[in-house]
Design a protein around this ligand. Structure first.
Ligand SMILES: C[S@@+](CC[C@H](N)C(=O)[O-])C[C@H]1O[C@@H](n2cnc3c(N)ncnc32)[C@H](O)[C@@H]1O
Length: 223
């Protein structure tokens, strides 16, 4: 399956790599191959970069990106152990040395030392019943706000030149010291580059303004 990525393969065919239940939720929750190709092309602008997928699920984005960019290293993090186990098993069966999966909650993680990050609106399940994955999708605007604040703060501390690719993600997650470089598919896919160091005012301004947007739950991630 993985080897077909260099030619052409449909998402439906590729998804057979996952167990049946994870195949069924792919259309809503895992990044399609053509999006992963575009995002990883942007993130891997040179060799030896460390790229983090924040909320990596069963590893679909990472598996595609790591196959197409063997000279970069990919790290997937997800708090669901069952997803991390599926992703790790596939990684091992294809002996992919530039790919690692970790079972952690992003809230306890520092991400500022990565060169780039991919983010497919991982916290939507906290505020949107249609984004429910399982019984761990406990809805809480408070929790959503905490996750968003953590991510925003971490992005704010990343090094100049760091890159972020977002998919189906509201722009209030991104500090103003990132410049929007490219926008595709009516803003569903956005590419940013960090151009300025940490500025505490970015954080204060942004959270104050956007708490209204968050509470009203307009950050939809429907495809
Ligand atoms: C929309 S899926 C994206 C999966 C993957 N990035 C992809 O594109 O194929 C979001 C994932 O984020 C994970 N997630 C949600 N909240 C998280 C958190 N606080 N820490 C780590 N992972 C989280 C969920 O378990 C889910 O697998």
């Amino acid at each position: 399956m993985i080897e077909k990525l260099n030619s052409s393969i449909s998402d439906e065919e590729f998804d057979h790599i996952f167990p049946k239940r994870e195949q069924r939720i792919s259309n809503r929750h895992w990044t399609p191959i053509h999006i992963s190709k575009m995002a990883s092309e942007f993130l891997c602008h040179k060799d030896n970069l460390n790229i983090l997928d924040i909320g990596s699920g069963v590893g679909k984005f990472c598996l595609v990106a790591a196959t197409l960019h063997p000279k970069c290293n990919f790290w997937g993090v997800d708090f669901r152990a069952n997803f991390v186990n599926i992703a790790s098993k596939i990684k091992r069966s294809y002996a992919m040395n530039n790919l690692n999966f970790m079972c952690r909650d992003i809230l306890g993680m520092s991400i500022m030392e990565y060169d780039g990050a991919y983010f497919f609106n991982a916290f939507q399940e906290r505020i949107d019943a249609t984004a429910k994955i399982d019984e761990q999708s406990i809805r809480s605007h408070f929790q959503y706000y905490k996750y968003m604040e953590h991510l925003f703060n971490q992005f704010n501390h990343m090094a100049i030149g760091s890159r972020i690719a977002t998919y189906h993600t509201p722009s209030f997650f991104i500090p103003k010291n990132f410049r929007l470089e490219e926008e595709h598919l009516n803003g569903m896919l956005r590419f940013y580059v960090k151009f300025e160091n940490f500025n505490p005012l970015h954080f204060l301004n942004k959270t104050k303004v956007d708490s209204h947007i968050i509470i009203n739950g307009t950050g939809s991630a429907k495809r």
